[in-house]
Structures are given as structure tokens and as C-alpha cells.
Design a protein around this ligand. Structure first.
Ligand SMILES: *Cc1c(COP(=O)(O)O)cnc(C)c1O
Length: 490
């Protein structure tokens, strides 16, 4: 066992070294191939090899703790990296999609994800969205009693699953007050999202399981648990239970407690009903990412083993599993690289003025203490810079003084024409453009080794053009306001 863990750590360290080597080669190649330079001063780079490795690690981690044949769907939280080619790559690696809203659902469909690999979880689903999901057969989790009311109506006319003869998953109208004449289950697997209210982590904005979190049915509120149990008793078509209690800043043991509470509730509900009506538990995502170092820590294997130890009944084969990891699948595999336009100093502080700031690293710029990013320095040819470090600010292009990627950071001195790379930005960063100062969305390129020993790039998203910015900023409606109620008109 000890030996296995030591080998596992060696593997994690080796993977990290290889990731750094791939990234350094990609930055150099991006400069050499002209993807990055004076005319394209900021890009996002995605490491295809690394993404594949993380997807494989996720699958292997859970395969190692469930009996063979247990259905496990890993649904990537699309919000982490809402890019169609990324969803397609993950799909090719056996990963589905967790979507929240029509945009993300459309991205998943454009990537070719079938309904059975898609889960819809938004706290604000409209009736039209619910109806569409039911028609497609997409799994969804009701967030609150009002949403469940809507489902009661919609389920009556929703397409049903083909049920094998004699299967236990059929039910009759007499099972339930709210049952329709149909005895088959809706094609969409349906559940309720609960909030076990286990408490928050170190970052308020990403703590989903606080007492007053806006997500799910707050399980410890008065009467809530009994309401949930009754909801399942009355609705044989509720076959799943969902909680997403983790996220950046939440320690693993707290995440495991959230899963344990969810499992205990499923057991209670099934015992009250007298049969295993809940057949699948969706444990959410939220594995934290280490933004301070290169290695992946914690690993999926560590988390899966912790869950198997703390909640063994969840892994004995009676329940199918859904997971919804986002950040941990992509963060380490993305890099923002930005050209240093000017190097200057103010008040004795060196400042590198780059083209990456609030538009690509919004959370870091507005909440630097919660979301610090590592910065790597590259020279004008895209080679890693070495040499004595000096304390400097790495600033972005936006016109407010807080637009800093890093403040007072010790780095080899960044000079005009060098490049600064913001590391671990594959999730919730460059794919989440913020249009401050009408700064263009940068191009995003995937990279992988090419057969000749170099680096091959593929366009994931081309850079936004200036005419597109004008068009998206009302360019087609230039006279809209001057002609509205203009003097002389009525
Ligand atoms: C955001 C979100 C996730 C993914 O969270 P990560 O921290 O990126 O892993 C999973 N499930 C739901 C419901 C979410 O809202």
C-alpha cells in the first residue's frame, strides 16, 4: 500500500514535469509560428495531452472503487470551459456534460453529446427549458418545490423510457396521487437537488453548501427533510438525488461529508418507500485545484478513495453514480500568454504592462486574495526566462489601476517584448471573457506534439475581430436612440 502511494506520487510528479515541458515548448512554438506576437498579443493555449490524461485519471479513480458494471457518468461542468471542441475532446475520452441553461445545452449538443450523457442543473430553469430537456431525455435535478410543481405537470406528457417486460421500474397510477395514467418512467432521469448545509469553505462565492446557499432544497431547514422524503414517496419517477457541495476552497473531508449526508438521505428515502427507487446519486463536482504549484493535488484517486472509505455503501454497486467535475479537469491544462507591451516603473516598483488582465482573469483581478495565479516569464522568443528575480507587478491592459494579474511578484525581470504566462487558467479564465474596455476575446488554440517532433496547434476559438465588437455593441442600431422620440416626432 505505502509502496503504491509512493509510486502514485511519483506518477503525479512526473506528469507535472511533463506538463511544464509541453507548456514551454508550446509557448516557444506559438511565438515561432506567429500565433503569438505583436499582432496577436494575448492567446489562450490548451494542452490536449494533459486534458486527455486528466479525463483518464478521473475515470480510473472511480473505476477503482466501484464494482465492475456500476454505471458511472462523469458529466463535465460545461461552465468551467464552455468551448465546443473541449466538450468534444472530453466526450471522446468518455466524459459527458453538466449544463445549466440553453447556451450550455446547445454547446453540449454541438459537441455531439447524446442526451444520456447530459445532465441539466440550473437554479433558474424556465418551463420551456424543462420541457425541452424532458423531450430530449436529458437528466435533470429539480432545485426547489416550485420547480417540482412544474415537473409534475410536464412529466404527464413527457416521452417515456422503454421498459423491459417485468422490469421493476414501472409504476401504476395507484402508486401516487400525482401519477398520470402512464405507468412508464419518463425518459429523463429526474431527481431533486439538496443542500446538506454542511458549511462553507475559504471562498464565499464558491461555497454551495452554506446554510443560506441559493442552491437546492436546504435539508436542515425545518420540515425540509420530510418534504423531500414525501416528494419521492409521491413520485415514483424521482429516481435520482443530487448534491454539489464542493468547490474551490472546500476541504476534502467537508466534501465527503456532503456526499455522506446525501447518501444517508437516499438510504432513508428508499427505506421509507420499501424499494430502491433512488437508483443513482449525483455527487456533484468541486474538487479543488492547487493554484500554488505544478502538481495535481488532491488527485481524483485520493478523493475517490476518501469517499469509498467514508461512504462505503455508495460504492457497493447498489447505486449508479454521476459526478460533475469542472475546474479540476481543465484548470492545469490552460495557459494565458500575453506580450509585455511596455516595461516601466512607478514609485520604485517595476511594472510589466501586458495584454492579459481583467478580460481573461476576471476573478483574479477583482478578488486577488482568493484567486492568485502563478505567472511564468518567457523571453521574446518564448523561452523560459531565468536569472535573478525582482519584485514586479504584472498588469493588464484595462483602464483601472486594479487591473493586475499579479502584484509585487518576484519574477525574472519582464522586458518589453517578453511574454508573461498566467498558469492554470484552463477553467473559469480565458474561456470566460469579460468585455471591459471592449477588449477582444483572445484566440484559443489547442496544442499537441506533432509527428515530426514539434508542436501542432488547432484553433479552438478564433480571436474576436474589431468589427465583431462593433456589431455586438449595437453597431446595427446606430440611430436607435437619436430617432426614438426625436424632436418633432410623436
Ligand atoms: C459549477 C458546478 C459544478 C462544477 O464545479 P467545479 O468546482 O468546477 O468542479 C458541478 N455541479 C454544479 C451543479 C455546478 O454548479
Amino acid at each position: 500500500m505505502e509502496r503504491d502511494r509512493a509510486d502514485e506520487q511519483d506518477g503525479v510528479d512526473r506528469a507535472a514535469r511533463e506538463r511544464v515541458a509541453r507548456r514551454d515548448e508550446a509557448v516557444r512554438a506559438a511565438v515561432a509560428q506567429g500565433l503569438l506576437g505583436p499582432g496577436a498579443p494575448v492567446v489562450g493555449l490548451l494542452d490536449v495531452t494533459g486534458i486527455r490524461e486528466s479525463a483518464a485519471a478521473l475515470r480510473a479513480a472511480f473505476e477503482a472503487v466501484v464494482p465492475p458494471g456500476t454505471p458511472v457518468l462523469h458529466a463535465f461542468a460545461v461552465k468551467a470551459t464552455p468551448l465546443v471542441p473541449v466538450l468534444r475532446l472530453l466526450h471522446a475520452e468518455g466524459i459527458g456534460a453538466e449544463v445549466a441553461g440553453p447556451g450550455e445545452l446547445a454547446l453540449a449538443r454541438a459537441a455531439g453529446l447524446p442526451p444520456e450523457l447530459t445532465v441539466l442543473d440550473s437554479p433558474a430553469k424556465t418551463t420551456a427549458e424543462l420541457r425541452e430537456a424532458l423531450e430530449l431525455g436529458i437528466a435533470l435535478n429539480a432545485d426547489n418545490p416550485q420547480e417540482l410543481d412544474r415537473l409534475d405537470d410536464l412529466v404527464r406528457s413527457a416521452p417515456t423510457r422503454p421498459t423491459p417486460p417485468g422490469a421493476a421500474s414501472t409504476w401504476t397510477a395507484s402508486d401516487s396521487d400525482s401519477a398520470s395514467a402512464s405507468s412508464a418512467l419518463p425518459r429523463s432521469p429526474l431527481g431533486i437537488r439538496v443542500n446538506p448545509q454542511i458549511g462553507g469553505g475559504s471562498i464565499g462565492a464558491t461555497s454551495t453548501a452554506t446554510r443560506t446557499s441559493k442552491f437546492g432544497v436546504a435539508l436542515r431547514d425545518e420540515g425540509a427533510r420530510e418534504w423531500v422524503v414525501r416528494a419521492y414517496l409521491d413520485r415514483p419517477w424521482l429516481t435520482r438525488l443530487h448534491a454539489h457541495t464542493g468547490s474551490q476552497g472546500i476541504p476534502l473531508p467537508l466534501m465527503a461529508r456532503g456526499v455522506a449526508e446525501t447518501y444517508a438521505l437516499a438510504e432513508e428515502i428508499n427505506a421509507r418507500i420499501g424499494r430502491p427507487q433512488i437508483d443513482t446519486i449525483d455527487i456533484g463536482g468541486g474538487l479543488p485545484v492547487d493554484f500554488t504549484g505544478e502538481a495535481e493535488a488532491p488527485t481524483y484517486a485520493e478523493y475517490a478513495r476518501l469517499l469509498a472509505r467514508e461512504v462505503p455503501g455508495l460504492f457497493d454497486g447498489r447505486y449508479g453514480l454521476v459526478t460533475e467535475f469542472g475546474r479540476s479537469l481543465l484548470a492545469k491544462h490552460g495557459t494565458v500568454v500575453a506580450r509585455v507591451e511596455y516595461a516601466k516603473s512607478a514609485g520604485g516598483r517595476r511594472i510589466a504592462v501586458t495584454h492579459a488582465g481583467v478580460q481573461v482573469a476576471t476573478r483574479t483581478v477583482y478578488a486577488p486574495a482568493a484567486w492568485p495565479l502563478r505567472i511564468a516569464a518567457y523571453d521574446a522568443e518564448g523561452r523560459p526566462k531565468a536569472g535573478p528575480e525582482v519584485v514586479q507587478d504584472v498588469a493588464g491592459p484595462a483602464c483601472f489601476s486594479g487591473d493586475l494579474l499579479a502584484e509585487g511578484r518576484a519574477l525574472p525581470p519582464l522586458e518589453q517584448g517578453d511574454f508573461a504566462a498566467a498558469l492554470d487558467t484552463g477553467a473559469y479564465y480565458f474561456a470566460h471573457h469579460y468585455g471591459y474596455n471592449s477588449l477582444a476575446r483572445p484566440g484559443i488554440y489547442g496544442f499537441a506534439p506533432d509527428p515530426a517532433g514539434g508542436v501542432a496547434f488547432a484553433t479552438v476559438r478564433r480571436p474576436q475581430t474589431v468589427p465583431e465588437i462593433v456589431a455586438e455593441s449595437g453597431g446595427a442600431h446606430v440611430d436607435a436612440l437619436t430617432t426614438l422620440n426625436a424632436p418633432g416626432s410623436r
